[in-house]
Write a protein that binds this ligand. Sequence first.
Ligand code: AKG
Ligand code: FE2
Length: 335
Amino acid sequence: MTIPLVDFAPYRTGTDADRKSVAVAIDDAFCSAGFVYLANHGISPDRVAQCFEWSARFFALPDEVKQIAPHPPGFTHHRGYSGCGKEKVTQMMFEQSDLARARAAAPDVKESFESGNPIDNAQPNIWLPEKELPGFKDFMENFFEDCKHLIHEILGALSLALSLPESLALPATHAQSLFQLRLLHYPAISRSLLTSGSRTRISAHSDFGTLTLLFQDEVGGLEVEDPDPLKKGTFHPVPPRPGTVIVNIADLMERWSNGRWKSTVHRVGPPPPASGGGGDPTTVVPARYSIPFFATADPQTVISALPGTYDSQNPKRWDSVTAAEYVQMRMSALY
Ligand SMILES: O=C(O)CCC(=O)C(=O)O
Ligand SMILES: [Fe+2]
């Protein structure tokens, strides 16, 4: 299984025919893998590198400083800083006793900082005081805009791929752009802790919203589950490809497309031996940084199979749900 690479430049600057062929290529990738590498996506390599630098600066701050902007208890306000072990990502596990057991058996060894759209009154941002890291908030707010713009372009391409009428075009369903920018740091850790399964970087899961952008550094370790139901449990590496952004389908979009686009399960495991210490289990693997950006539809949007994704042979597979109901249901398992 390989993740297709699509050059996005012709969508941004080409003719109508160019736009259509890019849309079809993205559609194909989402039908088969649920993931695509997008090249020439319009966010410059410099901007992305700067975001990684800000992220490294943030996580290098002393713990007591990062704790000035803490993630609030519970799952309804997903903003601010979460230290190692606070969040455990699971897949469709909702019983408190099961969640507690999963957390104790194999904690996720990662720390994160979440920020969102400044207009999101339901989840206000939680920043450090400006003097602790001058320029950080400003940069993140601007980078949010860059990612938001790209999400809207991809939604336009997907609408084109399905030939949706203007009244049903996907960008309008994301008009509020209540998205989430996440900085992730997986500290250096002994390889054997990861290979034995007593610690995880991020456990296998699918994303909750509609689309995710993912920037990763050069360390590696991201893996996707084979979408063939007969190969459940088989994971394939998604190595870093400089200059590209990974885009993947999340659960709400899978439902919305009646299963046409796959919300593929993914995880972060030990990096390949080449990125530090060979495969020797006694070595420490390097820290890893990644930057996911999660998009979702406006909260009251009713998610019901889009025209063209169902017919009498292929009926609607899921009941309608609002975007807000589904995301809250999944988030409740995180904290
Ligand atoms: O760190 C990564 O590459 C993946 C992160 C991820 O899957 C997530 O935060 O949902
Ligand atoms: Fe994810």
